[in-house]
Design a binder for this molecule. Structure first.
Ligand code: FNR
Length: 360
């Protein structure tokens, strides 16, 4: 591709050229038939926008999440192992988040440490965890994040085991030692029949994680706690009951349960159940500013991007991540201008028409 990329999908093409096949497949892939992966994107295409007109001379994209002001409702989702995409890894991603004035959620499975990322930039950072069988390790990581100024903990709950990512199995995906665990435990687990990522998760993640463990997590940190991986109103209500501070509607980018619903198709169900008691954030399939607009119209406070940020990083490092965020911001701004919405508060349920609306 000669010309500079003009949208997120073109960044994906550049990333594909830049990365070894094993790593590109790892980032792009989903579970099994990859139906959910595909649906996450395609379900957005079935939602139409009902534009209103006039009075959009000034457009303000800014919002707050847990009280932190950000320039636009577009945050960076936790994704593992950024050094496979770029030598500067998560430090580059965090610096891009800082320069765009947005929030990055650092993955537990990062290739730069919690401390390196915190000291490299002044972005507002959240820290994502999985529940480890050895709770002392989870506790240690949470405490390290709190000590270096992370502002929230995001507990991912859709990974009692790893989804079957067949590309990783075929490629015998080999992931490097994860930096946050150095001195604690080896993450270089060997596997005879497939990806060592799967072997690591099988050996170490706690499949017995249950609602009562949220209480334990609360007892070891003062930070607000978000739960990531909710796609039903039943689980949203449970999450509220145990006192989380926010919910992230997510199916892990289609990497866990295949045939789980596209996240945009269940966002409203969760929002209706939550009734504004805590913020609802959203991820899965965001590739355009129009997608951000649709998610906000269906009740999300903000969205997170997973693969788009990684593609930006693989293609052009820190600047690539920054450009991906800027592109989505520009497209969102444009969508708001065409839809008669000078501020995010003006984006209403009435601005979109879903398949459900058409059928009922
Ligand atoms: C992820 N995701 C993820 N989630 C999480 O809670 N912890 C993690 O370490 C990871 N790692 C990870 C790696 C890669 C390569 C991908 C693509 C995804 C899921 C991620 O946070 C998010 O839910 C999805 O990526 C959102 O979908 P999109 O934006 O990629 O379509």
């Amino acid at each position: 591709m000669g010309a500079e990329p003009v949208n997120v999908n073109e960044f994906e093409k550049l990333a594909r050229q830049a990365l070894p096949k094993m790593f590109y497949d790892h980032y792009r892939g989903g579970a099994e038939d990859q139906h959910t992966l595909k649906e996450n994107v395609e379900a957005f295409q079935r939602i139409m926008i009902r534009p209103r007109i006039l009075d959009v001379s000034r457009i303000d994209l800014s919002t707050t999440v847990l009280g932190y002001k950000i320039s636009a409702p577009i945050m960076i989702a936790p994704t593992a192992r950024h050094k496979l995409a770029h030598p500067q890894g998560e430090v580059a991603t965090a610096r891009a988040a800082a320069s765009c004035n947005t929030i990055m959620v650092l993955s537990y499975m990062s290739t730069c440490t919690i401390e390196e990322v915190a000291s490299s930039c002044n972005a507002v950072l959240f820290f994502q965890i999985y529940m480890y069988k050895r709770r002392d390790i989870t506790a240690k990581l949470v405490q390290r994040a709190e000590t270096c100024g992370y502002k929230a903990i995001v507990l991912t709950v859709d990974t009692p085991r790893l989804g079957r990512r067949e590309a990783d199995i075929k490629n015998k995906m080999i992931a490097p030692q994860l930096k946050n665990f150095e001195g604690l435990i080896s993450t270089e687990v060997s596997s005879d029949d497939g990806s060592n990522v799967e072997a690591f998760v099988r050996n170490s993640f706690d499949a017995s994680l249950s609602w009562k463990d949220i209480g334990w997590l609360r007892s070891i940190t003062k930070l607000p706690l978000l739960i990531k991986g909710v796609v039903t109103h039943e689980d949203a209500l449970k999450a509220i009951e145990v006192g989380v501070d926010g919910i992230i509607v997510s199916n892990h980018g289609g990497r866990q349960l295949d045939y789980a619903p596209a996240t945009i198709s269940v966002l409203e169900e969760v929002v209706d159940a939550v009734k504004g008691k805590v913020p609802v954030l959203f991820d899965g399939g965001i590739r355009r500013g129009t997608d951000v607009f649709k998610a906000l119209a269906l009740g999300a406070q903000a969205v997170l991007i997973g693969r788009p940020a990684v593609y930006g990083l693989a293609a052009k490092g820190e600047d690539g991540v920054k450009r991906v965020i800027e592109m989505l911001k520009d497209e969102l701004e444009n969508t708001m201008a065409f839809s008669g919405c000078p501020t995010l508060k003006d984006i209403s349920r009435n601005h979109v028409r879903t398949q459900h609306d058409i059928l009922h």
